[in-house]
Design a protein around this ligand. Structure first.
Ligand SMILES: Nc1nc2c(ncn2[C@@H]2O[C@H](COP(=O)(O)OP(=O)(O)OP(=O)(O)O)[C@@H](O)[C@H]2O)c(=O)[nH]1
Ligand SMILES: [Mg+2]
Length: 316
């Protein structure tokens, strides 16, 4: 697709990226964020190197303390010599604390230190686009050898579902007094949690929140691994070592199910779904119209109609 000089520059960029140059990492992420013509080549170069990083999602209500907790978790990881990539996603405000956190960490580190690299995903674009970009940035961090890749999303609407698809381990962060224990249930956050953290444990009503969350977990039909409930004070680091250990042990348990082929299949399924969706919604095709009319008359169920369209229209 790309022109001669373009592809030469891209080859150079991917080489520098895979050597771990910070400037190349920043540049590659920008190409991916802007979905430039260089993006495909960059992503292709990263593909054989995927699957080594531990991907940890932090989600929860606004203000629960996700960024502060991530910052404290990074400190623990760095003390253990782990390298870290962070993607913060905030669909509501492009200049959120996430960006400031990123700047603060980057300022604190030497600019040549690849130990921690934080990137905020701009809020433009629809949710599908944001989660696709996030997944690609996570892959880049993985490919350049980050030991742990952290994704921060606000659990508002469907972004928690996006993080569930990307992350190996999902940490749902709650805080007392925000009413978000109830909110968590509504948003389906509890359903995706591997670890539930009640942050701001220094606040008086924290134990009540812990009790009500545990009661809700007990009510659930629990076929999968037990969800652990942990208490933290992100501002002082209390409980963060235990959080890091719990993440690590949960990850060791999940590992065997995460083969490269499984991941590739999941990504392919997502892309194929998008192609089908675009085709069925936007293509001017009288045969598709005819099937829609048949559904409207009650001659075809939605399922049969979808199967017929898949077999007849997309098989070509
Ligand atoms: N008392 C107390 N305050 C905390 C704790 N952790 C975070 N905070 C404060 O809570 C506020 C929100 O923290 P953030 O880390 O920005 O929360 P967030 O969940 O990332 O927020 P958004 O990204 O805006 O959704 C800040 O003022 C923090 O200093 C804690 O353990 N105890
Ligand atoms: Mg934040």
């Amino acid at each position: 697709m790309s022109t001669g000089s373009n592809s030469e520059a891209t080859t150079d960029l991917t080489a520098r990226l895979l050597r771990g140059e910070p400037a190349a990492l920043a540049r590659a992420i920008t190409e991916v964020e802007n979905e430039t013509t260089e993006m495909s080549a960059i992503l292709r170069a990263t593909q054989p190197r995927l699957g080594k990083a531990t991907i940890v999602g932090f989600t929860g209500a606004p203000g629960a303390g996700k960024s502060t907790l991530i910052s404290a978790y990074i400190k623990v990881l760095r003390a253990r010599d782990k390298t870290v990539g962070v993607v913060t996603v905030d669909p509501s405000s492009p200049f959120s604390r996430g960006a400031i956190l990123g700047d603060r960490i980057r300022m604190a580190e030497h600019t040549t230190d690849l130990g921690v690299f934080v990137r905020s995903v701009a809020a433009r674009g629809h949710l599908g686009g944001i989660s696709r970009t996030t997944a690609r940035i996570v892959d880049i961090f993985d490919a350049v050898g980050k030991d742990v890749v952290i994704v921060e999303t606000v659990g508002a609407g469907q972004s928690e579902v996006a993080v569930a698809e990307i992350a190996d381990i999902k940490v749902v962060v709650c805080a007392p007094g925000l009413g978000d224990d109830v909110q968590a249930i509504k948003a389906g956050l509890l359903e995706i949690a591997d670890i539930l953290v009640v942050n701001k444990h220094d606040l008086p009503s924290a134990d009540t929140t812990i009790r009500s969350l545990k009661a809700m977990l007990d009510l659930r039909n629990n076929n999968r691994d037990a969800v652990q409930v942990l208490a933290t004070v992100a501002t002082t680091g209390v409980g963060v070592n235990e959080l890091a250990e719990t993440i690590e042990s949960k990850c060791t348990m999940h590992r065997p199910t995460r083969s490269p082929r499984t991941r590739i299949r999941r990504v392919l399924a997502g892309i194929a779904g998008q192609i089908v969706e675009t085709h069925l919604q936007d293509t001017d095709d009288s045969a598709i119209d005819a099937v829609c009319d048949a559904v409207q008359r009650g001659d075809l169920s939605f399922e049969s109609a979808a199967q017929r369209l898949l077999a007849e229209r997309l098989g070509r």
